[in-house]
Each structure stands twice: as C-alpha cells, then as structure tokens.
Design a protein around this ligand. Structure first.
Ligand SMILES: [Fe+2]
Ligand SMILES: [Fe+2]
Length: 342
C-alpha cells in the first residue's frame, strides 16, 4: 500500500560513534531474546560510552504493541494471493506431476512467457527452438520449473508497486534467491531436510522485510538509513524501533496460512536458538543467510556464533569454507535468474 500514513518518522540523525555498531548488534540480540524493547534502554543508559545509542532510541520510540496494531491495520497486506496459493499447493503435493504444474502455469500468461524464454536461452542450448510450454517445462525440469514458478509469483507481489524502487527490489530478491540456492546446497548433505524445501524456505525467509519495504516504506527507509549510516546490518538497526522483520514475517506467515516451519524460519532466522519446533531448519537458513551476506561482510563467516551454528548442524570447517567458495558461482546464477525473470 503505497503512501500509507504510518505516523512513523525517520530517525533524523546518525550517531557517529565507533561503538554504536557494536551497541546496536547487542541491542538486536537482546531484543530477539526478550521480544521486548523494555530493559534495553536502561541497559545502555548505564553505559556512558553508548550514550549516542540511547539518544538515537529516543528519536523514534515506537512500542511493539503500537507497531503491531499499525501493521495489522494495513489493509493492503492482502490474504495470500491466489496464484501463490496454487503454486504453494503443488509444490507441497508429493504426487503432483509436471503435467499438473503445466495446467496451472498455462493460465498464467506472463509466467508461461518467462518459462519459454528461459528454455530458449543459451543456458539450455535450445536457442529459439522450443515453442510449446510443455516442451519448455521438460527442458527446464520439474524441480527447476517449480522454483521458477514460486520466484516468479513472488516477484509479481511487488511488481508495479511505486513504493518499491527497482534497486531495492533487485537487492531484496537477489538476496532471497541466493539464500534459497545455498540453503538447498547445504540441505543436500542433511537427510532431515529436502533440498527443495530448503530452497523455498530460503526464498521466503525475509518476506517480512519485503512486506515492510512495500507497505511501510518510510519505516523501511529509516532502517536502511540507520543501517548504512552506522555500518550495521538491517536486523541490528531495526532493533532501535523495537520491531523486527522476523516478527512481521511471522504475522504474514500466520495470515497467509504458511506451514509452521516457514513461520519459524521467517521469525527466527537471525536467532535460531529461539526456535522451538524447527530449530535445525531455522539454523540452516541462518547459515545460508550468513553465506549470502558474506560478499559484503566476509568476517560474518567466522564469527563465534556462526561457527557454533555450524557445529549444531555438524558442518565441519572444511565444508563451511567450501560453501563460501561456491558463493561466487551462486551469485552468477542469481544474476542470470534475475535477468530471466525480468
Ligand atoms: Fe532477515
Ligand atoms: Fe536475509
């Protein structure tokens, strides 16, 4: 809902403090653990070195309850779009065939055209020779077509939204594709999670962020500004306002009737220890997210927390480093997918 009156003002200042970044990170962790903003202000108020953070927090004190009500009031967060529902059902139907998928895709003109374009691309080596949808889907393969369907329909969710500029849209989706791809790779060696499911979990993990970008643009921009200005991640910066994109993801997941595992991933992918029912899957997406962010922040790969999470999933240091090396190829694939879908 473009132009919603959110009554949330942007932080009007950056606090040029070296320690602020660290402070925000701790703040984000504390918020995830307690689910509340209470206590954080007091904690930092005791620490003179982080006085700037306290001031920053005064800029925009929004209680979680107010914010929850605010988001809930936004009527333009629709119920799950029918197209998404249809693809989601097929993806989770264990007996669905390529034929069943084709029956659904056939009614979606833009998706049919995209699938034909992709099958005729140089990547598959049939340049200009595939003219039917069914043949195109065979060339691409069932699993890959399912992925394309979900990526495509999710992209349509934010297409033509004036609130979302092209750069932000591209950044959000490329990140989602990258997390999906590397999550599928990690899951290949973990028998407890299907690679396909890992891909879809990765694709959707930041849905809350996308919803914020589309429906609460002023708020989203203020977090980006804070994040860039203080060189901290989005997740840490949003703690200043007392609400996380993970929480928003959970609300949307509940509203759209996503399975519990998706809701857990969307809410806890920055704090897997908070997940009670699907911790291994949430941890896997946490690690996939670290890998996808390692291009801009390489030290993330080796933090104490990251290595501890690798240990939780029995990922050796060697295996972890291999995923890191594979990210260059994954980014090339992500760029190609983005081009094909746009
Ligand atoms: Fe996230
Ligand atoms: Fe993410």
């Amino acid at each position: 809902m473009a132009g919603a009156d959110t009554n949330i003002s942007s932080p009007r200042q950056h606090v040029p403090m070296n320690k602020l970044g660290q402070g925000l990170k701790s703040c984000g962790k504390m918020f995830e653990k307690t689910g509340s903003f209470r206590g954080i202000r007091e904690r930092f108020a005791k620490d003179g070195a982080k006085k700037g953070l306290v001031n920053l927090m005064k800029v925009n004190p929004v209680s979680q309850e107010d914010f929850c009500g605010l988001v809930w009031k936004i009527t333009d967060i629709p119920s799950m779009p029918t197209a998404l529902q249809r693809y989601f059902d097929i993806i989770h139907d264990e007996v669905a065939s390529l034929n069943d998928l084709e029956k659904v895709v056939r009614y979606d003109q833009s998706l049919s055209a995209r699938i034909l374009r992709i099958a005729n691309s140089s990547y598959y080596g049939f340049r200009g020779r595939i003219s039917s949808l069914s043949r195109a889907m065979v060339v691409i393969g069932f699993e890959e077509t399912k992925r394309l369907c979900l990526c495509s329909v999710l992209l349509d969710l934010c297409r033509d939204r004036p609130a979302l500029d092209r750069r932000t849209r591209e950044r959000l989706w490329k990140h989602a594709f990258a997390v999906g791809k590397v999550a599928a790779l990690i899951a290949e060696k973990r028998p407890w999670l299907e690679s396909e499911e890992a891909y879809f979990l990765g694709l959707l993990h930041d849905l809350g962020k996308l919803i914020l970008a589309v429906h609460l643009k002023d708020y989203f921009d203020s977090i980006i500004e804070l994040s860039h200005g203080n060189k901290v991640g989005f997740h840490a910066a949003e703690a200043v306002h007392g609400i996380s994109h993970g929480r928003v993801g959970r609300w949307v997941g509940v509203k759209w009737g996503f399975p519990e595992i998706y809701q857990e991933v969307m809410e806890f992918h920055h704090a897997p220890e908070m997940s009670s029912s699907h911790r291994p899957a949430v941890t896997l997406i946490f690690l996939a997210n670290v890998l996808a962010n390692s291009r801009s922040d390489p030290p993330l790969m080796e933090t104490e927390e990251t290595l501890a999470r690798c240990g939780d999933l029995f990922i050796s240091h060697e295996e972890w480093m291999e995923y890191g090396e594979k990210m260059a190829r994954i980014w090339l694939e992500v760029d190609a997918l983005w081009k094909a879908l746009n």
